[in-house]
Design a protein around this ligand. Structure first.
Ligand code: SR1
Ligand code: MG
Length: 400
């Protein structure tokens, strides 16, 4: 049985070569580590003919914090298996797993180096026409085919066990729903936000809404989530969109991924006020982001509807009218989770470069205040929304 040891450039190259699966026997290979995420090592192994693969390996701790934050290696198994299951139903928008070794916590993936990470592109003000549609397709398809509408109760319960991911879920449970709402060493925000943060923490209505969302995150195994759909988990090109990095995957509430994605678009929206100086250009990027949110919500709802009408296997869930009620609740949850994403990325541990890397202190503060206020308002008003149009109006009433 192969044993775990963290790779370096040399051992990563040797490992990929030893598999004999991706390169010709005499190929001259090069390898370098380029991971800049919070948790893992990521190597690119290439030959001289432009063939390449990505080797991703989990470390036994959170890379962004160090060995003081131990973390299960099992997340590599979860990630590879979520990618495989999501890839089976939505291959167009899921990164392809080429090989996985749970003992080494290592996965070899297709190299998406010809595409770019969405966060960096959005920060640079670049736009991608199909983004909203593609992410909606990924979320609706992977969501539907792992839900009670489609899986048998036996199969679903067995898959819930396979994807039990307590350590990574605990990170989300604490970073999304606990830390921002109380004093905590991990929180990180400027002194100028203290008053706004204190008001947030004293709002008992808001704290109850956050508690409800956390309870649902704990105990609503509705579908196999990606678990971390931020704009750093999405590769884009002019023609395509691919999701990577579902190591936080587990069976949870359907609205969580949708809300995380929209939250990240809104964080970029807030950031652009401090980034793009030319008003017409900024207006274009803002309209693009709002339009992408609108398309994503509409497509998600339409696609889920179409899948459910054609492929629902459960008899009771076919009851007339149930689907609409179900989707309304999913969208309300999504808006709530979106609010928690905006808040935790502004005052919690893990910030987004969109806002954190705005150079001018005053401009950064304006973006942070807007993100915090928007997050708060989405949380407070999500339950009152009944339609996609209500959600859209809610968002635009607080960003304009
Ligand atoms: C310690 S991990 C911090 C954040 O990075 C991941 O990508 C997740 O979003 C997590 O909350
Ligand atoms: Mg990640």
């Amino acid at each position: 049985m192969s044993k775990y040891a963290a790779f370096n450039n040399e051992t990563a190259l040797d490992y990929v070569k030893s598999l004999g699966l991706f390169f010709s026997e005499n190929a001259e290979l090069t390898c370098y580590e380029f991971g800049d995420g919070n948790l893992n090592l990521v190597f690119r192994v290439a030959d001289t003919d432009n063939n390449s693969v990505i080797l991703k390996q989990a470390l036994p701790y959170a890379r962004c914090v160090g060995e003081s934050w131990p973390l299960t290696l099992d997340r590599a198994r979860i990630e590879a298996h979520v990618l495989q299951r999501h890839g089976n139903v939505c291959p167009a928008h899921t990164a392809k797993v080429l090989h996985h070794d749970s003992n080494k916590a290592a996965t070899i993936l297709e190299d998406l180096g010809a595409m770019a990470i969405l966060r960096a592109e959005l920060i640079a003000g670049r736009t991608f026409e199909n983004l909203g549609r593609d992410v909606a397709q990924y979320l609706a398809t992977t969501g539907f085919y792992h839900s009670d509408f489609y899986l048998s109760p036996q199969e679903k319960k067995s898959q819930i066990q396979n994807f039990t991911n307590p350590e990574l879920c605990a990170i989300t449970e604490e970073l999304f729903f606990d830390d921002p709402y109380r004093e905590c060493e991990r929180n990180d925000y400027p002194a100028e936000l203290t008053e706004q943060v204190n008001q947030l923490r004293q709002n008992t209505t808001l704290l109850c809404i956050v508690a409800r969302l956390k309870a649902k995150f704990f105990s609503s195994p509705q579908t196999l989530l990606h678990g971390d759909v931020h704009t750093g988990s999405i590769f884009v090109s002019d023609g395509n969109t691919k999701l990577i990095d579902p190591e936080f995957g587990f069976f949870g509430p359907i609205g969580f991924d949708l809300g995380s994605f929209i939250g990240n678009l809104l964080l970029n929206y807030c950031a652009q006020n401090g980034r793009i100086k030319e008003i017409p250009k900024r207006r274009d990027v803002h309209s693009y982001l709002l339009n992408t949110i609108s398309v994503c919500l509409q497509q998600f709802e339409q696609q889920w509807h179409a899948l459910a009408q054609q492929h629902t296997r459960d008899l009771a869930l076919q009851a007339p009218g149930y689907l609409d009620l179900f989707l309304q609740e999913v969208l309300q949850d999504a808006m709530g989770y979106c609010g928690t994403e905006l808040i935790r990325r502004t005052i919690g541990l893990a910030h987004v470069a969109d806002i954190a890397e705005i150079e001018d202190d005053a401009q950064r503060l304006v973006a942070q205040k807007q993100a915090l206020q928007l997050g708060e308002q989405l949380l407070l008003n999500a339950k009152a929304c009944r339609s996609i149009d209500d959600f859209y109006q809610l968002i635009i009433s607080f960003v304009h």
